[in-house]
Design a protein around this ligand. Structure first.
Ligand code: LIP
Length: 261
């Protein structure tokens, strides 16, 4: 998984350099980025297929491909933080996860600008390059920094997000929105944030980050406190002290029939 991510990142870094030049072109970089997305996903699929020919795939661009081995599935986001990439903002990553019988058992999140390889395997710990990761030890909400995703034109959940942010900002040390769910989860695992929440998120955005946070000693649930993040598109991740407080706070501003994004 790490070899595939590094190999794909070589072309992505080259394309990112081109995107920065395209910002001022009349046509803009949109088509170029979509081709970078597709090219990266194709390379990742080829590399992973060489290693495990019978595994299936769930890909952001290529959708679902059922493999001969129905117990295993790669979950791929070739560029998480696509909007950042499109705007020449250097905060994006390649996110790869391995799902075994419905459980995420391995994840790789590679951020090529800073050469940060986040990786984890169930029962074997979470790492940033060679360094073992542990979630933040902060216990107080007033000392905590949380990341989130903000819905935008064409995405649902605007009113609920305002309620969420109003409640969280009143109790913590800060909220961050950097535009990549995978890196938000990787940063929780690395102790850079105390937590992260987002609704209306896709499976490939969060699959790898789920196992990273859990292997770093954190907790990841959906908004009901269950393990259905991929199915519901809701994720609440935090260190072991603050997961329940942030989950309770977010649910305090949700009605019983609050809209599921
Ligand atoms: C992005 C997520 C981000 C979310 C964006 C978008 P993409 O994924 O990583 O957290 O807020 O709306 O879904 O589209 O860059 O792969």
């Amino acid at each position: 998984m790490m070899n595939a991510a590094r190999k794909a990142a070589r072309g992505l870094i080259r394309d990112f350099g081109e995107v920065e030049n395209l910002q001022v072109s009349m046509k803009g970089p949109a088509d170029f980025v979509s081709s970078a997305d597709l090219k990266t996903e194709k390379l990742l699929r080829q590399e992973l297929q060489k290693a495990r020919p019978n595994y299936g795939f769930l890909m952001e661009e290529g959708g679902e491909v059922v493999g001969a081995d129905s117990l295993h599935r790669w979950i791929i986001d070739p560029i998480d933080g696509t909007t950042n990439f499109l705007h020449g903002i250097p905060h994006f990553c390649i996110s790869l996860a391995l799902e075994r019988e419905g459980e995420i058992v391995a994840g790789v999140i590679y951020e090529p600008i800073h050469d940060e390889m986040f990786h984890a395997e169930k029962g074997a710990g979470a790492y940033l390059n060679e360094r073992r990761l542990r979630v933040s030890a902060r216990r107080k909400m007033e000392e905590a920094v949380f990341a989130t995703g903000i819905p935008f034109k064409g995405r649902p959940g605007h009113e609920q997000f305002v309620a969420d942010a109003t409640a969280v900002m009143a109790t913590c040390a800060g909220i961050r929105r950097f535009g990549s769910a995978a890196l938000d989860l990787a940063y929780v695992a690395a102790g850079r944030y105390e937590g992260y929440w987002e609704c209306g998120i896709r499976p490939w955005d969060i699959a790898a980050g789920i196992v990273l946070v859990k292997e770093a000693g954190g907790y990841v649930t959906d908004m009901d406190g269950k393990n259905e993040m991929l199915a519901t598109g809701e994720v609440v991740a935090a260190n072991d002290h603050l997961h329940q407080p942030i989950l309770k706070l977010l649910n305090s501003v949700r009605g019983p029939d609050s809209q599921k994004n």
